[in-house]
Design a protein around this ligand. Sequence first.
Ligand code: URA
Length: 230
Amino acid sequence: MRVDRFLSNLPCFNRKQVRLLLAEKRVRIDGAVISDPHAEVREFSRVEVDSEILQAGKPVRHYMLHKPPGCVSATSDPQHPTVLDLIHEPDKDDLHIAGRLDFNTTGLMLITNDGSWSRRLTQPQTKLPKVYYVETEQLIGPQYAQKFTEGLYFAFEDLTTLPADLVVLGPRSARLSIVEGRYHQVKRMFGYFDNKVLRLHRERMGALVLDDSLKPGEYRPLTAQEIEMI
Ligand code: URA
């Protein structure tokens, strides 16, 4: 919400007083003096007028989880354990998943209470590469890389996938980088060649790499530097 609206919604100030407060540089958001009436106040922002705190701001929370196989990327599920069951933090209802993985897919999963951060991470316009280690049932042929670069037509969504980068690591293993996150995208891409994905592990999202000290099922808060990477 705009800071002028935030302040004039409070019972203590009318609109004229708000204009004056801003002009007199008496308003601070997260410690910085604000005079622009359009400056944004988020639920996480600390807002002060003179030395009085009007909103303390909720703490922003971001976690990196090493998702194990056999759990659902959802906040609740009637049948199976969820990734949220692995997070032992207060106010878990506030948290959501930024970029889901299938039931048996493992690897980097990001969990946060900051909706605009997770939108930046997942919206297709950001074109953030998601890097997967893949193992398949059949041999990975030389024609795969070319086809993945050209894009595959997905009839259900009526779209062609954006260029993806395949690095073949062994006869049945590869590293695939995609910039979208379509439903079952990696499995459907290999499915084009009737090649079943047997193991799928997300190693990276943009510059954020899964911490190799995290065992499956373990998590840790992101560092300030990691949060800035998105
Ligand atoms: N693509 C898939 O098919 N599954 C995942 O879990 C992630 C990407």
